[in-house]
Write a protein that binds this ligand. Sequence first.
Ligand code: G4P
Length: 528
Amino acid sequence: MKYEKEINRRRTFAIISHPDAGKTTLTEKLLLFGGAIQTAGAVKSNKIKKHATSDFMEIERQRGISVATSVMTFEYKDNLINLLDTPGHKDFAEDTYRTLTAVDSVILVIDSVNGVEEQTRRLMEVCTMRDTPVIVFINKMDRDGKNRFDLLEEIEKELKISLHPMTWPINSGKDFKGVYNLDNKSLLLFTANTKADDEDAISIDDLNATLLDEKVGERDAAQLREDIELVEAVHGDLNTEEYLAGKVAPVFFGSAVNNFGVREMLETFIRIAPVPRGRETSVRKVNVGEDKFSGFVFKIHANLDPKHRDRIAFMRVCSGKFERNKYYHHVRLDKDIRFSNPYSFLARSKDVIEDAFPGDVIGLFDTGNFKIGDTLTEGENFYFTGIPTFSPEIFKELVNKDPMKTKQLEKGVQQLTDEGVAQLFTQFGGNKKIIGCVGELQFEVIQYRLLQEYGAACEFRTLPFYKACWLTSNDQKKLDDFLRFKQQNSAEDKDGKPVYLAQSEWFLNTEISNNPDIVFHFTSEVNK
Ligand code: G4P
């Protein structure tokens, strides 16, 4: 393999969590370990606090800050780690889902007090779909959380994944004494605000040794012995293959804000997390070690600030070596383009780069050439697959307020939906345009951008739908009949795929059971 050394030292991953579980805090601690930042508080949270604002320009300002932290690259013990940030705000969930298509593994942060929350569930669904390897970090052990066994059971059940404890906590909240590392058989005593260097692990090969009683007290030592016996009997050693296949998730307990238990996780992460791997395309599987470059766009960031009206396409390198100023083949547009200022995202700044390797994410200035899922190659025609689209949750009819600007409106809507800001559906047999989004905010963004960038005024009319399902059938006639019969609820998406828009779960279930020859899909794929 030509670039073997570069590829094997890369780890590309994302941290995912329900808002407030501690993603930003954990990110910061990892960057501190990597030496990418020197002081705590240096990472600007791209979290948009629920209560803080509903003003999307303010949100955009914060999002602007977060472009620099969209990808954070740092080195740790010779490994090059690409940490892809995901937006915390629920309304940008689609962005997060797509980011997950560009990583090789994830760290899932769970708040020990709240357990599995709504966003945790949804994000894990995406990981499960892709068999993404997951490491779980159970955070906020310094708070009175749920019983650890109950919590693990809840996570396993709710997220449908087997867990494998790598560390085990001794109490929680005020009584939190630390964790026992089952892997290297050592005890880590909790002290608030641990500095990166002064975590002292006490080696305890034999849990029956009195050293344990001395360190944590007889009662807790006895409890720990009991717990560990149970945990070891159930789990045995971690099977790395099962982790890599996304079947088993190693679990760590800690407290991100206290920088406790983070190093243990990072050490295990660099040891077992997958290096960049091959990917499926519409034509064949592309091997990560191939000489020729290929990559795909998984996110487009448009700046709403009129002073900086730039778009950045985020591209994941999948094979070969990307080089600045070299011509690459844009498969969908069938044209060759080159990039004079591609940049990498070192945590401190955006730097122009000369080259990039599989696993890396590069930022490409875009003047409207890209849409989500676009593929660049050295000439071959294929698209990377596995980039999902999920059903929006809010649907509104797009109403043109200025018939003189119809063309501009259509162009604007096409481009914005290419960027992945929203989904566009056209009602079957008519031409009512329906915009689907995850959150109300996007409608404001769309309205604003259509006016600012395309001079097109529009408004939205609320529609009574709650979910879009993509339809397929082996019996085309049955499908056509259904679409005709349910005209009010039928539409096609941007790629012409038929979609059923359901008013409620009840209607949806009724249609599913009344139409056994039609398959209702809850996701679609960009390049299929
Ligand atoms: P997020 O990115 O997942 O949304 O979460 P973030 O890291 O911003 O953490 C959310 C809140 O939880 C923060 O407090 C943070 O300080 C706190 N936190 C993170 N890790 C721990 C932990 O291990 N233990 C405890 N007790 N708290 C933790 P905040 O009050 O919302 O923000 P701030 O004012 O402290 O920044």
